[in-house]
Design a protein around this ligand. Structure first.
Ligand code: SF4
Length: 258
């Protein structure tokens, strides 16, 4: 009994010693720079930088294997601090952008067939590109809303997502998840938008969605600043020329300009 007890004590002591030696031998000294960069990053872990999260981006920055301007949600302040810490030149901020959903069809966009599958835009898009007659129509299951970690997306009364300009931090998650590619980044400043992505001919566009741009060109003619042109059957507004005067919106018969 006593001998067995002491054998166990000695065995435990030897194993403990071995574990302690292994812990020291196998430990990797943490780079203090990683810790300092992590303190600067906002901690959203949104993945906008292309890494799995802020810790991954901090490691990549410390290893000099990533550009310093990839944390878009962190904004200019984060960029300046990282540039200062890493002694690098930060380019002048290009101006903030936000996500914008270029569709307002929703219930006004006609269905091509009845869909009763998984309630997800990505799943619905697998079946013939989606159940809407318009090939670029929002499918309305809110994949973008679910993925937005800033709560910036709500669903409108027509069943299409809308982005809250004050909450969007331009992480790009909604753009990536939208199977119809109708969410784009736009400059965050007051300007009109043609809230449609339909490239059908006027006759077809009219037939598939009551809210579609029908490429009639009325807005093009009305714009005093030549900021609008028709591209592939869709009116497109040049952000550098648009002054948000609103002349075009008043002229649009389908309400496709907001
Ligand atoms: S007026 Fe409206 S429907 Fe006509 S081209 Fe302009 S945006 Fe499209």
């Amino acid at each position: 009994m006593t001998a067995g007890f002491w054998t166990l004590v000695i065995l435990g002591g030897v194993l403990g010693l071995l574990l302690a030696v292994a812990a020291v031998w196998l430990s990797v000294a943490e780079n203090p720079l990683i810790q300092r960069i992590q303190e600067i990053l906002p901690g959203y872990n949104c993945g906008a930088c292309g890494q799995s999260g802020c810790a991954g981006y901090a490691e990549a920055l410390a290893a000099n294997s990533a550009a310093i301007d990839l944390c878009v949600p962190g904004g200019a302040e984060t960029l300046q601090k990282i540039a200062g810490l890493l002694n690098k030149e930060a380019a002048a901020p290009a101006g903030r952008k936000i996500a914008f959903v270029f569709c307002q069809g929703g219930v006004r966009a006609l269905n091509a067939f009845a869909y009763s599958g998984i309630l997800s835009c990505q799943a619905a898009a697998i079946l013939q590109g989606g159940y809407k007659k318009c090939a670029r129509a929002c499918l309305g299951f809110g994949d973008c809303q679910k993925v937005c970690m800033f709560g910036a997306i709500t669903i409108s009364e027509y069943g299409v997502p809308r982005v809250d300009l004050d909450k969007c931090l331009d992480c790009g998650a909604c753009l990536k998840v939208c199977p119809k590619k109708i969410i784009q980044r736009v400059p965050q400043r007051e300007m009109k938008q043609v809230i449609c992505s339909n490239h059908d001919t006027p006759k077809t566009a009219k037939a598939v969605c009551a809210a579609a741009c029908i490429s009639c060109g009325r807005c093009v003619k009305k714009c005093p600043f030549q900021a609008i042109e028709l591209k592939n059957n869709l009116a497109v507004i040049d952000p550098d020329k648009c002054t948000n005067c609103g002349e075009c919106a008043g002229e649009c018969l389908t309400g496709a300009i907001v």
